[in-house]
Design a protein around this ligand. Structure first.
Ligand SMILES: [Ca+2]
Length: 346
């Protein structure tokens, strides 16, 4: 053994001896803020992924009106937790209306039922015995963040009304929340940046543009999962069949709810939206992000609810933050994670 080798080898052995054993991943302590509906709604599939991901510790679920009204969000999420045998997860009822957006002829004739006062329809298997916790979603967000400063992350996959309300009531939320991962917006400066409710506005931001602007400008570190990255995803038939072959309760639910759609259309392969936001917390390497300045238009005109993102500041966007924007994803790897987790294969 040459002297040089002896030295190098001795160091290598020392490093190997001192190297710590692999530790389990520290869980992300998350509040799951959602305009929930059962699968095939993306919120339902996103919660299924979260519930089956040991990287995530769900400290509470908060509901908000969006896809449907908040009564349905509450009924469906309580039922989902019973199906998943996760009655231990606490649910707090949230905002039934956006901060300022009033219902009009467009809202009532297009996608989404946030404006509706209809009672919730009975979920598959009946209404849950599990009940909402006392207190509002906004109060819970403020209380949970204050109790664990710097520890709580919010995964927000609906209109941002609850988070904005929490910030307004208690600005200490801004410093206490570690970060917020938001499914929302569409960035025209990136590929696939068209809107999905108006020509340029994404649905979650359009339902409550004032809330989206408050949250983005709050100072809470933001990761944005916009339509641009959703458009790169596909819940392909092979992945669906692999999931459907599992006997897990959630896989059976997804099979029952989605098989008619796959059966009716040989080319059915829906995009994934809220699921991407969850998956990107579980495995950040799935997505590509870039820092961009992003703001939301809350002027009541043709761009109401439109998010605008750019690499450099521009007039009118003074005070808008630079945030991480997801723009691409490894769909094959994402679908493997999604199917493995929902089918209990981990
Ligand atoms: Ca949603």
């Amino acid at each position: 053994m040459r002297p040089a080798c002896a030295l190098v080898c001795a160091i290598a052995v020392a490093i190997a001896v001192r190297a710590p054993k692999a530790q389990p991943l520290a869980p992300h302590h998350v509040i799951f803020d959602t305009d929930f509906a059962l699968p095939p709604q993306d919120d339902g599939l996103a919660l299924a992924l979260a519930l089956n991901s040991p990287e995530l510790d769900i400290v509470g679920i908060t509901t908000v009106a969006g896809n449907y009204n908040v009564a349905r969000a509450n009924a469906d999420v309580l039922r989902m937790l019973e199906i998943a045998k996760r009655d231990d997860v606490k649910v707090y009822g949230g905002a039934s209306r956006p901060l300022a957006h009033v219902k009009d002829a467009f809202a009532t004739s297009h996608y989404g039922k946030w404006w509706s006062d209809e009672p919730a329809p009975e979920p598959p298997g009946g209404f849950a015995k599990k009940r909402l916790e006392a207190g509002t979603a906004a109060d819970f967000i403020a209380r949970a963040a204050a109790a664990r400063p710097g520890d709580i992350e919010i995964i927000a996959i609906g209109p941002l009304t609850n988070v904005a309300t929490a910030i307004r009531r208690d600005p200490a939320v801004i410093k206490a929340v570690r970060r917020i991962v938001i499914m929302g917006g569409a960035i025209a400066a990136l590929p696939d940046g068209a809107g999905n409710i108006t020509p340029n506005a994404e649905f979650n931001f359009w339902v409550d543009p004032e809330a989206a602007r408050i949250v983005l400008r709050s100072g809470i570190p933001v990761v944005l999962s916009p339509l641009n990255v959703s458009m790169k995803t596909s819940f392909d038939r092979d992945s669906f069949e692999r999931l459907a072959a599992s006997s897990s309760p959630i896989a059976k639910l997804v099979d029952g709810q989605m098989r008619p759609r796959y059966a009716a259309n040989a080319d059915y392969h829906p995009h994934m939206y809220d699921e991407v936001a969850v998956a990107s917390v579980v495995d950040p390497a799935l997505v590509r992000t870039k820092p961009m300045i992003v703001d939301v238009d809350d002027a009541h005109g043709i761009n109401y609810g439109v998010s605008v993102g750019g690499a450099a500041p521009w007039p009118g966007a003074e005070g808008a933050p630079r945030i991480d924007v997801q723009y691409d994803i490894d769909n094959a790897r994402f679908m493997r994670l999604f199917v493995d987790r929902l089918s209990g294969r981990q």
